[in-house]
Ligand binder design. Structure first.
Ligand SMILES: CCCCCCCCCCCCCCCCCCCCCC(=O)SCCNC(=O)CCNC(=O)[C@H](O)C(C)(C)COP(=O)(O)OP(=O)(O)OC[C@H]1O[C@@H](n2cnc3c(N)ncnc32)[C@H](O)[C@@H]1OP(=O)(O)O
Ligand SMILES: Cc1cc2nc3c(=O)[nH]c(=O)nc-3n(C[C@H](O)[C@H](O)[C@H](O)COP(=O)(O)OP(=O)(O)OC[C@H]3O[C@@H](n4cnc5c(N)ncnc54)[C@H](O)[C@@H]3O)c2cc1C
Length: 675
């Protein structure tokens, strides 16, 4: 078939212009040579297995899609067992299967909830069953009436000492559990969050393991009402997941199914709280938020990979003298929209790796009963989850636009990626609610520092990601020394202005709040400003972690140089986007802002010959990308053409409905025109 202008060789030419070692970049991206090798092996295993095909997914009905998800999950498990895959390999295999389903919640929330909140005895009882899939679990927290406000949940777990049991009950319609993934059709068990009531007193929210369905025939147990909550945004996408509704009518469970690591109810019904902080109840959410930050870089890099490769293939408009058409990737506007997203994918990848380290560190400290870093872990996971998911959702949509009309086709992979990704801004904590959590911390520190600024050198210093706030005297007054565009290449110059901006915004908020009649009123009135201060703080963390990554030994010719350029692009595009913040807080002058923009233009030109190789370094198979526009070989047009014919609408030449609706209409119009 004639390619009508597409040039399959085009990407080979692009790859030849790369100025760095792609293999070395793969290692930097994945974290180690071992990580590249395992990911590659698992991605190919999935791509070569016909059961994992997904090219017609968006054409399936909801029922077909759900059944297909069950089939894939069972087949994935079979392969995991047959091949005796390690945990690392199994997680990657599930990632590359790339179809949200009950297993995500089983492994991602049910198991971690029992590990984090169950006693050793409870873990010994429940985890082996969960590990062997003898039971399937989900995380049932959100209700019809409350999601963000966990303390507002209404489901009750009332202790009955006469039977040594809890009675689970949904007292109102709004107390129905609503949203939990895997609950609707697949799960046999759930960790249910409910108000614990004993001796007539309400002790607030606690977790309970509750069996929901029979292990013989999967029917709901007596007193349990279960169902799916209905179709969701987009075709395919998150509709593979059975988000569910659950109601209890006085369902009894043994006392030992309350998760008792944090607090216990004795045989007599006494409530006992251990010395573990009660916020550990939220530990599963912290764990998942951390994984969501890593997922942001995966989703963003997929979209960017598609948009970069396609932009190198797509041509529009010739030179003025009728010469060949221009690759759209050569347009400066395309570069200025796309390359910051490419840089963001790398930035999120590295901050995700750092956050994983932080989470592991906090977990080890918790095991040793050191709870001091818990607030830092909460603020970092909440803030990074919020900022990276919001930016990624916007970026996927931008990549769709960067692919023009073809980006709107399901076969581009972008509509489904967008539809499956956008709820990340809501689940595991609405992004605004989470940023407000960060701003509480910032406000407290800023207020404390303002009061103690005189003695800050001797006073208690902030640590971790808020350590920079201790440098308040310098950061409140400093003026950037940048004098030429190239001065912005200096990481110290960038770090200083990002720190000054974040601190000044937090201090401004604290000063304004202190003028309000009460702190509560001030906080409420200034919450939009507090959100912006929180965003500035989180962006600083991402920039800082990228800069720190570059201080490591990064092997491979040219790899570090490319990452340095991407780091500058990431930071300077933020500076450009939030210029108002930097100017209004007096961190930079208008001229320095213009110099940053000038440098950005130069950096885009330097990234241009490396762009395709930089997305190749993500090492994605065509199967995982799921996009005719993002194909590795760049042979886009024949693939688009072939894909169209697979649509069920093309099964017949004359469409169903012609006889009933089109023919009579056409005949009638013909008669009228003859009158
Ligand atoms: C086919 C397509 C193919 C393409 C594929 C494409 C692939 C692309 C990839 C896409 C992936 C696809 C699939 C993945 C599956 C994902 C599954 C998603 C599952 C989602 C599961 C969920 O969605 S599950 C529910 C989550 N629901 C929340 O998230 C509620 C938020 N709501 C709260 O979290 C609390 O409600 C809130 C606000 C803190 C107030 O908490 P509160 O009421 O207690 O009140 P306060 O704010 O006063 O907090 C009191 C004190 O606790 C401190 N503190 C608070 N939290 C703390 C914490 N966590 N750790 C430590 N400390 C904490 C705080 O800092 C205060 O400290 P202090 O007292 O010292 O100031
Ligand atoms: C795809 C998907 C999967 C999910 N999976 C699960 C699951 O497995 N298990 C589970 O338990 N739950 C699950 N959830 C539920 C999810 O965790 C909640 O939807 C989420 O926490 C947001 O809560 P909400 O729906 O109550 O939003 P709301 O809080 O009602 O948000 C509505 C609006 O109010 C704003 N708002 C709320 N509070 C404040 C405030 N204090 N200040 C300012 N603005 C505020 C929000 O920003 C938002 O704009 C899932 C949700 C989705 C979409």
């Amino acid at each position: 078939m004639a390619d009508g202008g597409g040039e399959p060789d085009q990407l080979a030419g692009e790859r030849a212009t790369a100025q760095f070692d792609v293999d070395g970049m793969k290692v930097a991206w994945a974290g180690s040579r071992h990580a590249v090798e395992v990911a590659d092996r698992m991605a190919r295993l999935v791509a070569s297995d016909p059961v994992f095909r997904k090219d017609t997914r968006t054409m399936l009905s909801r029922k077909e899609l759900f059944k297909d998800t069950l089939k894939k999950a069972a087949h994935a498990w079979k392969r995991i067992v047959e091949l005796r895959l390690t945990e690392e390999e199994a997680n990657l295999l599930r990632l590359y299967v790339d179809q949200p389903g009950y297993v995500d919640l089983h492994w991602g929330m049910f198991v971690p909830a029992i590990k984090g909140q169950g006693t050793e005895e409870q873990q010994k009882k429940w985890l082996p069953m969960a590990y062997k899939f003898q039971i399937i679990g989900c995380y049932a927290q959100t209700e019809l009436g409350h999601g963000s406000n966990v303390q507002g949940l209404e489901t009750t777990a009332t202790f009955d000492p006469s039977a040594d049991e809890f009675v689970m009950h949904s007292p109102t319609l709004t107390s129905s559990k609503w949203w939990p993934g895997g609950l609707g059709k697949a799960s046999t068990h759930a960790v249910v969050y409910a108000r614990l009531i004993t001796e007539g007193k309400d002790y607030g929210i606690h977790g309970f393991i509750v069996q929901l369905r029979s292990l013989d025939d999967h029917s709901p147990l007596p007193g349990v009402t279960l169902g799916d909550i209905g179709g969701k945004f987009g075709s395919g996408a998150y509709n593979s997941m059975d988000n569910g509704v659950l109601r209890f009518d006085h369902v009894r469970i043994p006392r030992d199914q309350m998760l008792m690591r944090l607090s216990q109810v004795t045989r007599e019904g006494k409530y006992v709280h251990s010395d573990v902080p009660k916020q550990l109840l939220y530990g599963t959410m912290v764990y998942v938020r951390q994984t969501i930050v890593a997922d942001a870089s995966k989703a963003l890099s997929r979209a960017v990979c598609i948009a970069v490769r396609y932009s190198a293939i797509r041509k529009q408009f010739g030179s003025q003298d009728g010469g060949p058409e221009t690759q759209v990737l050569n347009y400066k506007t395309q570069q200025s929209r796309l390359f910051p997203l490419l840089a963001s994918a790398y930035a999120y990848r590295f901050v995700g790796q750092w956050l994983k380290w932080l989470y592991t560190d906090v977990t080890q400290k918790l095991e040793a009963k050191d709870y001091s870093t818990l607030p830092e872990a909460h603020a970092c996971t909440a803030g990074l989850k919020s900022v990276t998911t919001s930016a990624t959702a916007d970026a996927i949509e931008e990549c769709r636009k960067l692919c023009g009309g073809h980006g709107y086709l399901n076969s581009s992979g972008l509509p489904e990626l967008f539809a499956v990704y956008v709820p990340a801004c809501t689940y595991e904590g609405d992004n605004v609610v989470l940023l407000l959590q960060v701003s509480v911390v910032l406000h407290l520190v800023a207020r404390f520092l303002m009061k103690t600024v005189a003695q800050v050198a001797t006073g208690k210093q902030p640590v971790g990601t808020i350590a920079y706030m201790g440098n308040i005297q310098h950061l409140m007054q400093c003026k950037s020394a940048v004098n030429t565009a190239e001065d912005w290449l200096n990481p110290a110059a960038i770090k200083e202005v990002f720190e000054a901006r974040a601190l000044r915004m937090a201090v401004n908020c604290a000063q304004n709040i202190s003028k309000a009649p009460s702190q509560e009123e001030g906080f409420s009135e200034l919450s939009p400003d507090l959100l912006e201060a929180a965003v500035a703080h989180v962006q600083l963390i991402i920039v800082t972690k990228f800069i720190e990554k570059l201080q490591e030994d990064i092997p491979g010719p040219g790899v570090k140089e490319q990452l340095q350029k991407l780091c500058s692009i990431y930071a300077l595009h933020l500076l450009h986007k939030h210029l108002g913040d930097f100017l209004s807080t007096g961190c930079i002058t208008a001229r320095q802002g213009a110099l940053a923009n000038e440098l950005l233009g130069k950096l885009y030109a330097q990234v241009r010959p490396n762009a395709v190789a930089l997305v190749d370094a993500f090492d994605y198979t065509d199967h995982y990308l799921g996009s005719v526009l993002g194909r590795y070989d760049g042979d886009v047009y024949p693939a688009l053409y072939e894909e169209a014919w697979k649509d069920p609408l093309n099964e017949t030449v004359v469409p169903d409905g012609y006889q009933e609706h089109l023919r009579p209409l056409l005949k009638q119009q013909l008669k009228l025109s003859r009158l």
